[in-house]
Write a protein that binds this ligand. Sequence first.
Ligand code: ADP
Length: 628
Amino acid sequence: MAKTQTFKTEVSQMLNLMIHSLYSNKDIFLRELIANAADAIDKAHFASLTDPAQAREWRIDIIPDKKANTIVIKDNGIGMNEAEVIENIGTIAKSGTKAFLENLEKNGVSEAEKPELIGQFGVGFYSAFMVAEKVELTSRKSGSDDPAVRWSSDGQGSYTIDTADKSEPGTEIVLTLRDGMDQYLETWKISEIVHRYSDFIAYPIHMPSPKFNEDKTETIEDRVLNSQKAIWLRKPSEITEDEHKSFFSHLSNWGADYLSVIPIAAEGVNEFRALIYIPEQAQFNLMMPDLQKKGLQLYVRRVFITDECQELVPDYLRFLRGVVNSDDLPLNVSREILQENPILGRIQKAIIGKVLGELKKMQENEPEKYVRFFKEFGRILKEGMHTDFTNQEKIRALAMYESMNNEPGKLISLTEYVQAMPPEQTAIYYLTGEKRAAMEASPVLEFYRSKGYDVLFMTDPIDEWVMQSMTQFLKKDFKSVAKGDFEASEADKKELDRKIAEADKKYAKLVEFLKQALDKDISQIRFSGRLTDSPCCLVTEGHALSPHMERLFKAMNREVPVQKRILELNVSHPILDALNAKCENGENGLEKYARTLLDQALLAEGSPIPDPANFAKTVSELLLTSLK
Ligand code: ADP
């Protein structure tokens, strides 16, 4: 008995997007369905290693039918039972797709961009509705007695599901084409698409094709459309750029290009081959690690094992796409056991070494390309500075930052920073924050600017976390310019110490007053040589959260402990003289000046002030007095 069920809302939304988006490249529907068919055969192939009864001659068939206006895509892979069809096709099980749709709505992605994003979320099956007004899927689960099942839908909000007659295991999809999609009935068109996108698929893709005989008659002949060459097993020098392109687009499951390819042919104890790509662009969900497929595809003796082998690359290289083929791993074991195999660990080590080495070469020989890479994936790579102790120094050398002495947008490496340090500069100075523009105005930079020392601007949220373990580079200490004691150079130290001692005496009354007035917000008041123009600034000490971190936590709705910071006063600022005089006279109502000093220190570093209305009121009053 046929049952009609409505799609979950998100499926309807997705279908709507598919049907109504004018995706210029409709050809990819075939790539998506072939990829699904190949995945299904991979699974059956894998199952057959332990259950030989499931072994058969693997194949995919594409059958266009001009009379019926249909195209059939058929595989003899793992198949699905009713529950699986409902689960896989009738709902969008993956939370990623839901998140994707929510994101689309929130961020107002333009109509033009939407379809480009679709592929990234692996909603491949629905792409059939770009070309088909009706999709009918019949499937029978391999290695089970479950009855065959038929799913059918016109993509308009509901689908029907019924039992079906199908004796062979596998899946058959019949697309009834929309008006104007006739080209997909042409065998030349289908051959072309398969050649472009699916040539390396490891199973033969058959199609009945017309053959013109010598006596001018036409007969139909079965043709295999793809060469099935395992590209990663071929000599790197013999692979053309076009072949790389199509293989990469198959791997990455979306339209982007690759930036660089790294072939590995490791010999000796750990023999393996790999073909690894650095994508040109980050995938939409790369920053949400739980949503994306991680790792490279693993093949053992040309048999596909898994495309989520996390043991092959560490998290901080999760942007890599590619294939690893090992002949040393056992074939007939479960994926779980495979993951505990020490060979995988050794392969991972070799891959990390090779990839970091290639990145270094790119940084040195193709700096512009490297910067493009780093702007896209630097944030992820930097995680390794904190998590991979063995390769820490190498990854640090790969990190790039903007800096005060370089124009906005220009990135420099730590090595370049150190090389440009004047001889008397002893440490690598940095500041963390959200935006360069706000950071540039921060009073804590004044001293360094006056000396010509450069300060690195660290604007990635992850930088703060990375710096917790980054103490040195090339034997130079890292120092946050907004943290800890200010250290003048040896040459200036004496003079500064004298000035501070003098200020401590001269402004004793003022300091006492400020302490009292700002007790709630400030842990300490002191003089320093950090400032040249501004009257005061705020600094943190030791392991206290930096203001940048504090803002990040608050933005994530996380509890942040109240942190009192240190107010540093500029030893030679005229405001101090004026305010000190008023304190010494014992004048009343000075609290608002104290508050304003603190508020403008907060504003200068880019932090919000607790009571903006009050601040504005005081500033107006002050304006009025000075204008009178
Ligand atoms: P993805 O392939 O990225 O998972 P799809 O929407 O293309 O997303 O497919 C959803 C799921 O439906 C697949 O993960 C798979 O479990 C199942 N599926 C699709 N096509 C087939 C097929 N030809 N044979 C068996 N299962 C299939």
